[in-house]
Ligand binder design. Structure first.
Ligand code: B3K
Ligand code: ZN
Length: 879
């Protein structure tokens, strides 16, 4: 395998380009047999560029047809071109126009980067380095240029012709061809370029901005799916209104188009004025989309829209700064969902996914800082760390500065950097300046990998009526970062008196404490509260105010007290999780739970279910035990996933078994005859009812399995149907195989619902699952080039089926490694992503560890792996 270091790119080597492209004129002649691209780039040298400095343009898989400067063809000795780039040895030292022609074969582009075809539609994906697969270019985000795009295509196959910006011309081009000309007045990096040509249906609407400008909105899709785009349109309009209200950001073009395509490597793409979406994040109707799908669509529509300001108007100087746009935009979409739905529920769900995806990344062989300082393949850095930890960092900034201070910083950011390609340093500087503070130490959050451990213990002195919290932080080494610095941790907290009310204090000394927040910025600190008449119970890290792993000296009684009395809903939820975690971890370590301990937790769950002031969505989240993977990580080494599974299963039965009756009653009471509505309240009701069903089935309550079968059969929406199927499949009830077969028969023809069947099939924690997946893959009709299908099946297996993926006999590892080797030839990004499922391997017990290592080593011997897969593999094995 290649171990090339020549491909490693370092942040410290960043240098501006000696030339800049100021405007781009692209001419696409799109035909089923191939697409010809003529590009005219208006280029200027920088002021400091020395005569004779070559112009080096990026290319990927391109073949140069012709080349000219200012209309004069270049002689062969004046340039060098290959599939990976174009060098003009001595370009003029003044403004000039470079014209090139290339011919593309979008039909055969299975990598889905650059120009490709999805179900007949021509579309593009350029972030991060796809534009170089369309034409030779300075394909780096710090080159901002205005684009004019002419498209000529057959009218019958491609009646719809779209690109960025505004439509400035269209008409007939003879011979059954027609043309459209699009101009984008806003200078942008090439990664935001997009075009679409195809036979598409659409829905249209409009939005009037706060300053009174009317924006035409359209969503394009496969004919027949138009009605399934209405929720996405509704979400778009709400996003536009929210960004005006919350951040004072108005949309800037007269048109905003969204196109849904079926073959897409990730969720969606924020191309200027022309967002392209994976259709699973656009299409929704109650019979085929779940509540989670509706919420996902709303979130991603908002996210891509919000990029117009955080990403497009202000972009990244280089790809090391990716979290400048991604972390900030995830923070913005999280805030949007919090404002539109329930803030507490959103926070809990986000923390569940942070712990489920980012913490394992940060604690494993692929750990990297939110702003990495080196990469071999940038596509491998669109990670939970860049996105979700990036959002946590912005959230901490908002917590430290308060809402008004944060907004002042954001306003200054937009004012100062609009139209620029900038850096994390510039981002932090506006907050420091607007608030008159120093953020130098805070910046370490962006530079240092690993999840900090926060340890807190408390003590009370009745004679002096003082109460003390001792806090310390530590971050373990991560690949390439053996030593770690102390971070700035905003720790929101409250003290609760024994009767459950908030407790005030007379004075406080020690670390920095403001209002109800301790700011820990050293390795350790002590905070002493005076005037404390009774020993309080502390509620620490409220709202999960810093992304850390916290351990405390709180007893189970303290935790259950918090679960009942904390005014912070996040910590009520967290307390139940902590108690469940402690019982599971102790049991795995050979200390089985006592009957009293299980009963106490069970009673607390019972009270939560009965709680009159708690909403359904919160209860649905609260009535749960930590996920298997998280229990494994808490143990930290020599994990046996089968043991974790068995212990968690037993614990579930011990605590939820005694609640069967109240759960069943609540389940029945939550039934509703109303037609499906996607709003938060009805969503919460379904979530709780389906959670109860899942718990009843998993704890093997009498009659629960047939209740699930009945719900499955009678369901009137996909949320209820899939929940019943999932609960039955995971527990592998007697009805499960028939339900799976029925689901397949009903829905296999709808690709997005077929994905749900694939995912449920792949997540069954039972022997036999690998054989069932093999059968699916062996079917010649299985679409091997579609990322959604591949991820639903193999991504789910590798990421969400720990007992079967990490089988002791190594069959799961070998199966995934073989799959990665095969798919790598078709779509390296999908292959590399599935491969990341191996990241748990160093923490497994020795037999499984050896099996994983041998599967990875086997993959290493495969010839010509893509850079994407080779990079993940090298890092995975370096640990
Ligand atoms: N910016 C795109 C992601 C591009 C991923 C490239 N591998 C979507 C988003 O984050 O909004
Ligand atoms: Zn994004």
């Amino acid at each position: 395998m290649r171990t090339e270091t020549e491909h490693t790119i370092y942040l410290k080597d960043y240098a501006a380009s000696p030339y800049r492209i100021v405007s781009v004129d692209l001419d696409f002649r799109i035909l089923p047999e191939g697409t010809r691209v003529i590009s005219q780039l208006t280029i200027e040298p920088q002021e400091t560029t020395a005569p004779g400095t070559p112009l080096v343009l990026d290319g990927d898989d391109l073949a140069l047809g012709s080349i000219a400067i200012d209309g004069a063809p270049l002689v062969l000795s004046a340039y060098a071109a290959d599939t990976n780039g174009l060098t003009v040895f001595e370009p003029p030292l003044r403004r000039f126009v470079l014209e090139t022609e290339v011919n593309l074969k979008p039909e055969g582009n299975t990598k889905l980067m650059g120009l490709y075809r999805s179900s007949g539609t021509w579309c593009t994906q350029c972030e991060p380095e796809g534009f170089r697969r369309i034409t030779y270019y300075l394909d780096r985000p710090d080159n901002l240029a205005t684009f004019k795009v002419t498209m000529v295509a057959p009218r019958d196959v491609a009646p719809v012709l779209l690109a960025n910006g505004n439509l400035v011309g269209e008409g007939d081009a003879g011979d059954g061809m027609h043309f459209a000309i699009w101009e984008d007045p806003f200078p942008k990096p090439a990664y935001l370029f997009a075009l679409v040509a195809g036979d598409l249906g659409s829905i249209t609407d409009s939005f009037t901005t706060a300053s009174g400008r009317k924006v035409e909105l359209a969503i394009y899709c496969t004919h027949g799916k138009e009605q399934q785009c209405l929720w996405a349109m509704d979400s778009l309009k709400r996003s536009m209104a929210w960004d005006e209200k919350r951040f004072g950001r108005e949309y800037d073009l007269d048109i905003f188009n969204i196109v849904a395509v079926s073959d897409f490597n990730f969720g969606a793409m924020e191309n200027k004025g022309l967002n392209i979406f994976n259709d699973k994040l656009v299409f929704a109707q109650p019979e085929t989309a779940t509540d989670a799908d509706y919420e996902g669509i709303e979130r991603v529509i908002a996210h891509e829209y919000f990029h117009n300001w955080t990403g497009n108007r202000i972009t990244c100087r280089d790809w090391f700064q990716l979290c400048l746009k991604e972390g900030l935009t995830v923070y913005r979409d999280q805030e949007f969902t919090s404002d539109e739905r329930s803030r507490a529920v959103k926070r809990i769900s986000d923390v569940v996914s942070l712990r489920g995806a980012q913490f394992p990344e940060d604690g494993g062989p692929l750990a990297h800082p939110a702003r990495p300082d080196q990469y071999r393949e940038i596509n491998n850095f669109y990670t939970a760390t860049v996105y979700e930890k990036g959002a946590e960092i912005v959230r901490m900034l908002a917590t430290l500065l308060g809402e008004a201070g944060f907004r002042k910083g954001m306003d200054l950011y937009f004012e100062r950097h609009d139209g620029e390609a900038t850096t994390i340093e510039a981002f932090l500087a506006v907050f420091a300046e607007a608030n008159g503070i120093d953020l130098e130490q805070f910046k370490t959050w962006y530079l240092q990998a690993g999840t900090p451990r926060l340890t807190v213990s408390d003590s009370y002195d009745a004679t002096t009526q003082t109460y003390t919290l001792k806090l310390s932080q530590e971050t373990l080494p991560t690949p390439g970062q053996p030593t770690k610095e102390a971070l700035v941790l905003p720790i929101k907290f409250g003290l609760i008196d024994p009767n459950g009310s908030p407790m005030a204090w007379g004075g406080v000394s020690g670390a920095e404490v403001r209002d109800e927040m301790i700011v820990l910025n050293g390795a350790s600190a002590e905070v002493t509260f005076t005037g404390i008449a009774n020993k309080p119970v502390p509620s620490l890290l409220r709202g999960f105010s810093a992304p850390v792993n916290m351990t405390t000296n709180l007893t189970q009684d303290d935790q259950l007290f918090l679960a009942r009395h904390d005014s912070d809903p996040f910590n009520r939820w967290q307390a139940l999780q902590d108690v469940g975690m402690a019982l599971a971890v102790d049991a795995i370590n050979g200390k089985p739970w006592s009957a009293e301990a299980a009963k106490a937790l069970s009673d607390a769950f019972g009270d939560t279910l009965a709680g009159e002031t708690l909403d359904d969505a919160f209860k649905a989240l609260a009535l749960s035990l930590p996920a298997e993977a998280q229990i494994g990580r808490t143990i930290g080494k020599d994990i046996d996933p089968s043991q974790v599974h068995a212990v968690r299963d037993d614990l579930l039965k011990a605590v939820f078994g005694p609640l069967a009756l109240p759960m069943l009653r609540a389940y029945r009471a939550l039934a509703s005859d109303l037609p499906y509505a996607p709003d938060a309240a009805s969503n919460g009701r379904r979530a709780l009812r389906n959670r109860l069903l899942g718990l009843l089935v998993a704890s093997e309550a009498a009659g629960a399995a047939s209740l699930a079968a009945q719900q499955y059969a009678e369901a009137r929406n996909m949320t209820d149907r899939l929940a019943a199927l999932g609960a039955s499949a995971v527990a592998w009830t007697a009805d499960a195989p028939a339900m799976l077969a029925d689901f397949h028969a009903r829905f296999a023809a709808d690709p997005l619902v077929y994905d749900k069947w694939l995912a449920v099939t792949a997540s069954v924690p039972q022997d036999g699952v690998i054989e069932r997946i093999r059968t699916v893959l062996a079917d010649p009709a299985f679409p091997r080039t579609n990322p959604n299908r591949l991820r639903s099946l193999m991504g789910t297996f590798a990421m969400s089926n720990p007992t079967q993926f990490a089988r002791a006999d190594g069959a799961g590892f070998r199966f995934v490694a073989d799959f990665v080797a095969e798919v790598d030839k078709i779509n390296p990004q999908v292959a590399a992503r599935v491969l990341t499922g191996f990241r748990v391997w160093p923490m497994l017990e020795s037999e499984r560890r050896d099996a994983a290592k041998s599967a990875l080593t086997g993959l290493q011997s495969v010839n010509s792996l893509s850079r994407n897969t080779a990079d993940i593999l090298t890092r995975m094995l370096a640990s």
